[in-house]
Design a protein around this ligand. Structure first.
Ligand code: TYD
Length: 210
């Protein structure tokens, strides 16, 4: 059983790296599930539309937190847990650490309350390993600005917000070093990918490939 989450600010390259990783994992001939948050279920996708809609600027942080958590509860119970129980490798593009980083550190909502809501939503499920792709907020936003049609309500927030999110991620990683691995995301794509693969092979010996 392997439950692996990816975290990072906008423009950290998570999506590209996960795509490459899935190709590599397919060679292990083990069943792999790839999900993303918010979304990944019919209900979660509907919640995603509400959450990320660029015009929903009046959304209060409390509503935002509960909506992200509702989508998470749905995917954990409907998809992630059953697959883990059947021995699948689960790769999650964002999990509850995104709520702690964005709504906690970014928006300044109380971390303790967020941890309680998160534990309720997930039933206490935690990733075995969290890979954090670290990039400075300026560099990440610069990358993301190259595809402005993809901009959502979260990405439109100011630079200071994204800096707080990044600092939040680094604090979370420091607090739980046995679960987190920090990977510098300002390196060439292929190097980042080989570091990710090495890291997974070290944590999960059944994934080692010659
Ligand atoms: P998405 O388009 O999936 O972006 P990315 O490719 O960066 O993952 O949008 C998800 C956005 O929602 C992203 O800006 C991070 C934000 N988010 C939160 O603020 N809190 C959360 O709990 C989650 C899961 C995501």
């Amino acid at each position: 059983m392997a439950f692996i989450s990816f975290e990072g600010i906008e423009g950290s390259g998570k999506t590209t790296q996960i795509k490459r990783l899935l190709t590599w994992l397919s060679r292990s001939h083990r069943p792999v599930l790839h999900t993303r948050e918010p979304g990944g279920t019919e209900i979660g996708d509907a919640i995603r539309q509400i959450l990320l809609h660029p015009q929903h600027t009046e959304m209060v942080p409390e509503a935002e937190i509960l909506l992200f958590s509702a989508a998470r509860a749905q995917i954990v119970h409907e998809v992630i847990r059953p697959h883990l129980q059947q021995g699948w490798i689960v790769i999650c593009d964002r999990f509850y650490d995104s709520t702690l980083a964005y709504q906690g550190y970014g928006l300044g909502m109380p971390l303790e309350a967020l941890q309680q809501i998160t534990a309720f939503a997930t039933g206490g499920l935690q990733p075995d390993l969290t890979l954090y792709l670290d990039i400075e907020a300026e560099a990440g936003l610069r990358r993301k600005a190259q595809t402005p049609e993809e901009w959502n309500r979260m990405e439109a927030k100011e630079l200071a917000f994204h800096r707080r999110v990044r600092d939040g991620y680094l604090a979370l990683a420091q607090a739980e070093p046995e679960r987190w691995v920090i990977i510098a995301a300002d390196q060439p794509e292929a190097i980042i990918q080989s570091q990710i693969q090495e890291c997974l092979s070290a944590h999960f010996p059944f994934l080692r490939q010659e």
